[in-house]
Design a protein around this ligand. Sequence first.
Ligand code: PAF
Length: 297
Amino acid sequence: MTRIKTINFGLINNDNMQVFYDSTSFAQYIESQKVLHKTIGFAPTMGALHAGHLSLYEAAKKENDIVISSIFVNPTQFNNPEDLEKYPRTVEADIEKLRNSHLVDAVYIPRVEDIYPNGMKSNHYDFGGIENEMEGAARPGHFDGVGTVVEELFRQVKPDNAYFGEKDFQQLKIIEKLVEVLKVNIKIHGVKIHREDNGLAMSSRNMRLTDREKEVSTVIYKTLKKVNDWFRVISIPEIKNRVTEIFDRKDMTLEYFMIADENTLKEVDFFYEGKNYRAFIVVNVDKVRLIDNMHLK
Ligand code: PAF
């Protein structure tokens, strides 16, 4: 892989996107922007970029002087070694996409030692319990890994605003808690789920699906839409039965489906007026884990 380092602090525009591969040169860049009082919008990623990521930069560009992205496949948030190994890594193509998007001023692609100078281990966080629900229960240690990498990236990027997709709704809530716990002045923005024309939520993991698997996976979004129609009409346990029946099929496995309070992320069996609820679903197609969710109206 050719590693191109461009350090050009004075000239920042999107045609001249800068790429940083280490924390020292990146820190100098951030300093140069802070001196100029530029506001920074930040969207961290693990690469394998798609239109969903671009919608984060679009939102960031509207509200900040400069937009920064990071690409780092964070080992500590993977509890399954095979998932980490198979996670798509497409850095050169990602840089090209970012450059062509004209949305991003700088991309930071740190080395492991830039993020974990004292060895690769996670901090432990208390996010008031939401870290133990859903993905926290299914993937032990996952949110400690996410919190650790995002805390370190926030420390290095020093953003004013940070952007996260609603596809990982629980992660978004965790990051909102993280800035409270850390007492840092960073505004967290959730960005709506970006979907393929057929409804499949955009995800870097979709790259691992065959065309046929992509087609059959559209049942996930179709089911969420049905759930939204059934909500407040039939009971939540009955909705769960119907969803379980839909996924009684050989080409995919339902890992979990639940309706939860959007604030506590606790699963509910009945709803109260005036509260917000969301349906969450995780489905495994072959060995690809697909997650999706929908706010219920
Ligand atoms: O959502 C992701 O891509 C990752 O969890 C994040 C926020 C970049 C942390 O590694």
